[in-house]
Design a binder for this molecule. Structure first.
Ligand SMILES: [Zn+2]
Length: 418
C-alpha cells in the first residue's frame, strides 16, 4: 500500500486508486491536499471561501451543494448554472465547428487554444475551446448568488427572458428557451439587447432590457458577485463582466479587445444612422458603484415601444448598482440595508396583498411576477419591490423615500428621466 495519495492533475483526489478493505476504499495514512496550480476545483473553492468570508454574506441556513465539471445544456452548449439550491460550475467545452490552432489569437471570441484541458503552449494537436467556467470568478460568484437567493428567498418569476413578436417585421435572434420568441423585444435598440453575444447564450445580458422580474433576478446575482469581489469599505466597486458589451466605442484601452459588432449570423449591428457599433470582449471592466441608468439613458424604448410603465422593465446593469448601493451605501452616514433586509424585502414583495397588513414572517417566493411597484403596473397580481420596502421598513417614511430616490438615480423604478 502506498503511504501517500497525491492530487491528480485536475485537482481531484484519486480515490479509485486506494486499496479495497472489505467493501471499503481505504485511504493511505497521508493525503496531500496540495496542488501545484489552479484547477477548476481550487478556483471554485476559492470563490466559495471568499463568499463565505465576506461580511454579512447573506447565506441562509440550508443545503448549498456545489458541483464542479457540470453545467446546464442549451442547444449543445454547456454553461455554469444554478438549479434550485445546487450550483454547477463548468465544464470546458468544444464548439461543434472544431478549429485547429497553435495560439489563442487563432480562436474566436473568448475561446482559447487548448490541448484537452490545458493551454496549448506550443504543442501540437491543439484546438479552440471554451475554457472551464471556473476560470471566471465573477461567473461562479454570480451563479452562487442565484443559489444563495434560492435558499434564502425562493424564486419569483425570473427566467422569462424572451419576447413574442406578432406581425411581419420581427427582426432578431430567436430564443432557445422559448422557441419562436425573440431574445430582445422588437421595439428596443441594439444597445438594450444581446444580439451581439457570441461567447455565451444571448437570452439576457448586462445591458438588455428585460421584464422587471428577470432584470431583478440577474441583478441580484450581479450584485452578489460584486459584493464578493469588492471590499465593503471601498468607495469604488468594480465588476468584471464575462460576456461581450456593446457600445458606440471600445470600452477598454487595448483596441485588440474590441471588434466590430455583428449578430451570430455575422451581420453588422448598426445604429439608426448606419454607424457600426463596437463589441468589447470579456472581461469588460464595469462600474458597479455609480449609476449608469442604462434603461433610461439609452432610451431602450420601454415607453414608446412597450407602451408600458417604466417600473415593469429594467436591466441587470441598473439593478446590480441599485442593490449594491442599497447594501453598501457610499455615504458612511447612510443606513445600509443588510442582506437580511434585502431577502425580507423580496419575501414581503412576493407576498404583497393590497389593503392587507404584511405578515411578520412572509413565506419564501414561489414564482410570483415581480415588478418595481405592484400598485402601478400593467402586470396582473404581481409582487413589488417597493411594497417589500414599505413592509420591511414600515413606519420609517424617510428610509422608504431614500430607497425610492436611489431607485430613481439608478433607473430601476418608476422614474424614466434619462
Ligand atoms: Zn444568472
Amino acid at each position: 500500500m502506498s503511504t501517500h495519495s497525491q492530487l491528480a492533475a485536475d485537482g481531484i483526489i484519486d480515490a479509485d486508486g486506494w486499496p479495497n478493505v472489505g467493501a471499503w476504499r481505504f485511504p493511505p495514512p497521508i493525503v496531500r491536499l496540495v496542488a501545484d496550480k489552479h484547477t477548476p476545483l481550487t478556483n471554485t473553492a476559492a470563490v466559495i471561501s471568499t463568499l463565505l468570508a465576506s461580511q454579512d454574506n447573506g447565506v441562509a441556513p440550508g443545503d448549498h451543494p456545489v458541483f464542479v465539471n457540470d453545467g446546464c445544456e442549451l442547444k449543445g452548449r454547456i454553461d455554469s448554472c444554478t438549479r434550485g439550491n445546487t450550483l454547477l460550475v463548468g465544464p470546458a467545452f468544444t464548439p461543434d465547428d472544431v478549429v485547429a490552432c497553435t495560439e489563442t489569437m487563432d480562436c474566436d471570441s473568448v475561446q482559447e487554444c487548448m490541448l484537452q484541458e490545458e493551454p496549448c503552449a506550443g504543442r501540437t494537436g491543439c484546438i479552440c475551446r471554451y475554457p472551464h467556467q471556473a476560470r471566471w470568478k465573477y461567473v461562479v460568484a454570480h451563479e452562487a448568488g442565484h443559489q444563495v437567493q434560492n435558499v434564502a428567498v425562493g424564486a419569483f418569476s425570473q427566467v422569462q427572458y424572451a419576447f413574442d413578436c406578432a406581425g411581419p417585421n420581427c427582426p432578431g435572434v430567436i430564443s432557445d428557451f422559448f422557441p419562436g420568441d425573440l431574445v430582445d423585444p422588437p421595439w428596443t435598440t441594439p444597445l438594450c439587447g444581446c444580439q451581439h453575444l457570441k461567447s455565451s447564450n444571448p437570452e439576457h445580458c448586462l445591458q438588455s432590457i428585460e421584464r422587471s422580474g428577470p432584470a431583478q433576478g440577474e441583478g441580484i446575482a450581479q450584485f452578489f458577485a460584486s459584493r464578493v469581489w469588492n471590499l465593503p469599505e471601498s468607495s469604488q466597486c468594480g465588476f468584471a463582466y464575462y460576456k461581450e458589451f456593446l457600445d458606440t466605442q471600445c470600452r477598454t484601452v487595448n483596441p485588440e479587445d474590441c471588434e466590430p459588432a455583428t449578430t451570430p449570423d455575422d451581420l453588422p449591428i448598426l445604429d439608426l444612422d448606419g454607424n457600426q457599433f463596437v463589441t468589447s470582449l470579456p472581461p469588460v471592466q464595469v462600474d458597479c458603484r455609480n449609476p449608469a441608468r442604462w434603461r433610461n439613458q439609452q432610451v431602450c424604448g420601454i415607453m414608446s415601444g412597450a407602451g408600458g410603465l417604466a417600473g415593469d422593465f429594467g436591466t441587470e446593469y441598473d439593478w446590480m448598482g441599485f442593490l449594491y448601493n442599497l447594501n453598501r451605501p457610499s455615504d458612511p452616514n447612510a443606513v445600509a440595508a443588510t442582506m437580511d433586509d434585502i431577502w425580507l424585502i423580496y419575501r414581503h414583495g412576493c407576498n404583497f396583498v393590497a389593503d392587507q397588513p404584511p405578515s411578520p414572517n412572509p413565506p419564501r417566493c414561489n414564482a410570483q411576477t415581480m415588478v418595481w411597484d405592484a400598485a402601478a403596473t400593467a402586470e396582473a397580481g404581481p409582487g413589488g419591490f417597493l411594497q417589500g420596502v414599505q413592509a420591511q421598513f414600515a413606519g420609517d417614511l424617510q428610509r422608504i423615500a431614500d430607497v425610492e430616490d436611489l431607485s430613481d438615480s439608478f433607473g430601476v423604478g418608476s422614474d424614466q428621466a434619462p
